[in-house]
Design a protein around this ligand. Structure first.
Ligand code: IMP
Ligand code: MG
Length: 185
């Protein structure tokens, strides 16, 4: 069968439904709007995983913002990063003196965001904060915590809502755990 059901057969369980994600992202957007009230921010989407969360979160934030995009590649396998991170697409907006909000899909080991925040901080912004859709604190290897986070998840490999396995499953409207046999193959 074609359609969402086609992908759903590979999902062991749904962790966060479409409705739960929408509600929580709206709340987070309101909190961010309060925290940055009266200020302008530069919101940077970390491609590609954060794209869906970014689109929803930006529309839930009511302060002035500029949107920009960065892409990063990590030399890890499909399920884990190695700690070596390379920028493959940089943001075009000048962030010097600006308040920056980095939007990422998930904080796992923490290497990616630690590295990204360092690079952005070198450009002398007024501030850099991180918003993650998901946090997997049990896997952290470096000292970093998201400033804003929608959900804490257990140590399981999750897909959907922008998160992928080998580039697939990003378009699932919910967040689910992949059946282990899918990545055993
Ligand atoms: P970190 O550098 O280990 O924090 O890696 C974060 C990146 O690893 C995320 O941006 C994701 O691309 C990927 N990642 C970590 N855990 C998962 C997961 O459970 N599902 C999908 N991608 C993941
Ligand atoms: Mg990613």
């Amino acid at each position: 069968m074609w359609g969402k059901e086609f992908m759903a057969k590979d999902i062991e369980k749904i962790l966060i439904t479409e409705e739960e994600a929408a509600k929580r992202i709206k709340e987070l957007g309101e909190q961010i709007s309060r925290d940055y009230a009266g200020q302008e921010i530069v919101v940077i989407c970390v491609l590609r995983g954060a794209s869906i969360f970014f689109a929803d979160l930006c529309r839930a934030i009511s302060v002035h913002m500029k949107m920009d995009f960065m892409a990063i590649s990590s030399y890890g396998d499909a399920q884990k990063t190695s700690g070596i991170v390379k920028i493959t697409k940089d943001a075009d907006t000048s962030i010097t003196g600006k308040h920056v909000l980095v939007v990422e899909d998930i904080m796992d080991s923490g290497y990616t965001l630690k590295y990204l925040c360092k690079i952005l901080n070198d450009r002398q912004p007024a501030s850099v904060k991180v918003a993650c859709l998901l946090d997997k604190p049990s896997r952290r290897e470096v000292d970093i915590t998201p400033d804003y986070c929608c959900f804490t998840v257990p140590n399981e490999f999750v897909v959907g809502f922008g998160l992928d396995y080998k580039g697939l499953y990003r378009n699932l409207p919910y967040i689910g755990v992949l059946k282990p046999e899918v990545y055993a193959n």
